[in-house]
Design a protein around this ligand. Structure first.
Ligand SMILES: [Zn+2]
Length: 266
């Protein structure tokens, strides 16, 4: 088990990353193909967030956002389920990320689930929080010595099979699959290297990228929290998020527009 000091040293030490050879990754991929099967899609449970709230499910819309590849030139459309009120802002945010050529392999928003470690609904259950490039931008809790996605705990060769399994759920084109895998895999002995935020690698969310999300209303970034830290996560504040789903769509839209003005003033 890692101690608080172990994690802190990972965060602050310069690591000496070495790219895992493509040949080795190919080996992992093909040997795991038999075990893991094809692309998997997640089946969300029925929506039962809060009896006090109007039906959130009716206000969740599917949108597409165009994202830059990790593997070089080219773009890809990713689907994301969001609350209707914020749909345009999410589209505009990803247009700006595209202009910046910030690569994105996955984005998640709506998810009917509880907060990690807590028996209360996550803000994702409201459809207003975004998780971007989870494998490059982990959630971690120093006090609880918890890192998610859990592949970050030990990236020994065996654990790379877990990475491959996760990536296969994203249904990436083959070239993109290897580009992302090559970026996130690491040799034995270099665990948790994405916790070192001083060494900026493609897909990592930095304060400059967080400022783009803020312009579009997502002014709370989990990368600025003290405990836990959640580098993949963006949202408006909790009070506003709850108001957006409690109000009728018309009033929620007015409230969101006011919030956007505030976010672009400061
Ligand atoms: Zn999140």
């Amino acid at each position: 088990m890692k101690t608080k000091n172990d994690l802190k040293s990972v965060m602050h030490n310069e690591d000496q990353f070495q790219i895992v050879s493509s040949a080795r990754l190919c080996f992992f991929y093909w040997t795991s193909a038999f075990l893991l099967g094809g692309c998997q899609t997640s089946n969300s449970p029925p929506i039962q967030f809060d009896q006090m709230l109007p039906s959130i499910k009716e206000r969740i819309v599917k949108i597409q956002v165009r994202c830059t590849f990790f593997s070089g030139k080219g773009t890809r459309l990713l689907e994301v389920y969001v609350l209707d009120t914020i749909a345009d802002s999410v589209r505009n945010c990803f247009k700006d990320l595209l202009k910046e050529r910030f690569p994105v392999y996955t984005v998640d928003c709506y998810s009917n689930r509880n907060k990690i470690h807590e028996n209360v609904p996550s803000i994702h259950a409201l459809g207003v929080a975004l998780d971007v490039n989870a494998l490059m931008n982990p959630y971690f809790s120093i006090d609880r010595v918890k890192i998610l996605p859990k592949r970050s705990i030990d990236r020994s060769e065996d654990r790379n099979l877990y990475l491959i399994k996760r990536l296969k759920t994203c249904c990436l084109p083959k070239q993109e699959f290897f580009a992302v895998l090559n970026l996130i895999a690491q040799p034995r002995g270099y665990n948790d290297w994405f916790l070192n935020r001083n060494y900026i690698r493609p897909g990592m969310i930095t304060p400059r990228i967080a400022a783009i999300f803020k312009r579009h209303g997502f002014d709370v970034w989990g990368g600025m929290w003290r405990e836990p830290m959640d580098y993949m996560h963006f949202q408006p504040n909790n009070k506003l998020a709850k108001a957006l789903v409690r109000l009728p769509p018309g009033k929620a839209a007015v409230l969101w527009q006011k919030h956007l003005i505030k976010c672009n003033e400061s």
